[in-house]
Ligand binder design. Structure first.
Ligand SMILES: Cc1cc2nc3c(=O)[nH]c(=O)nc-3n(C[C@H](O)[C@H](O)[C@H](O)COP(=O)(O)O)c2cc1C
Length: 269
């Protein structure tokens, strides 16, 4: 449930706080789950969940995505180091690697003598969008069935190695990974910026220093944030992001690696 009533200028917030229904509760109660019970997900259930993914809006109804399902523990073992050994990969009963895919549609064009051009930036980005909409529908459906999920952004860091392990062909690229299973933890909900920090009416209203400080004050005041800052011996939370979690030199290194991998998969970017 969104907190704090109705700040001025946010009439729709009022609707959310007062008229939540079950579907909205599902979205509002989302939490990433990183510990799973050792219980299989039935094939029928997994199929239904993926079917919900496939109902997501997508570019031109071309469905520019594929998903690779990993259940086999040997295969999970191969993927684990590529996700920097995040324990969820080996612990979750199901690991889904969601890939953008122009390969399938291009091949359909080929067999129909249709002159295509989907190996460029526009279609790479379209594929990323389709993949993430597909992935998010999967996550919401999974949560609806009482399962827990966690995205793994590490997919982009080690895409070339993941491509090798999963035998991903040209025109296909791993975008994100979802670990899924029956929850074995009930984590606290994480904070979000207040709506007035992310919504702009009619035109973009840029942030001055005071507004920035104000918007992030709540996040900075959390005990968990203070703990992060102290543990990492930083001056503030922003420095935990820039100096510990997502460092500039890493960002540059992995960006270059990613671009090379995208080109190696046949995209002219
Ligand atoms: C694209 C993407 C990549 C993510 N990568 C990771 C990851 O590698 N490891 C992890 O533990 N959580 C990962 N997360 C989960 C986020 O940390 C989480 O969604 C965020 O902290 C908000 O918490 P919540 O999902 O519990 O609301 C990722 C989420 C997204 C959308």
């Amino acid at each position: 449930m969104i907190k704090k009533g109705r700040p001025e200028g946010f009439p729709f917030l009022f609707v959310l706080t007062n008229k939540t229904n079950n579907k909205m509760e599902l979205l509002l109660n989302h939490k990433s789950v990183r510990k799973y019970r050792q219980k299989e997900i039935a094939d029928d259930l997994l199929n239904q969940i993926i079917e919900c993914g496939a109902k997501a809006s997508n570019t031109g109804n071309m469905q520019l995505y594929s998903v690779i399902v990993t259940k086999d523990s040997e295969n999970k073992k191969k993927l684990a180091p590529l996700h920097f050994n995040q324990p969820m990969v080996q612990q979750a009963p199901v690991v889904l690697t969601v890939c953008l895919d122009v390969n399938r549609f291009t091949k359909w064009c080929d067999v129909n003598s249709a002159n295509h051009g989907y190996d460029n930036m526009l279609w790479f980005v379209s594929g990323v969008i389709d993949s993430m909409l597909f992935a998010q529908n999967i996550c919401v459906a999974a949560e609806n069935y009482g399962l827990g999920i966690c995205y793994l952004g590490t997919t982009l860091y080690n895409a070339p190695e993941i491509i090798q392990v999963l035998k991903i062909p040209q025109g296909v690229f791993p975008v994100t990974t979802i670990t899924m299973g029956y929850p074995d933890e009930s984590p606290d909900a994480t904070d979000r910026l207040p709506l007035e920090g992310i919504v702009h009416f009619e035109t973009y209203s840029d942030y001055d220093d005071m507004r920035i400080r104000d918007l992030f004050a709540y996040k900075e005041s959390l005990e968990s944030s203070k703990k992060y800052v102290a543990e990492n011996m930083k001056e503030n939370l922003a420095q935990v992001f820039t100096d510990v979690r997502y460092k500039k030199q890493d960002n540059i290194f992995f960006s270059e690696k990613l671009l090379k991998a995208i080109r190696a998969q046949g995209f002219d970017i």
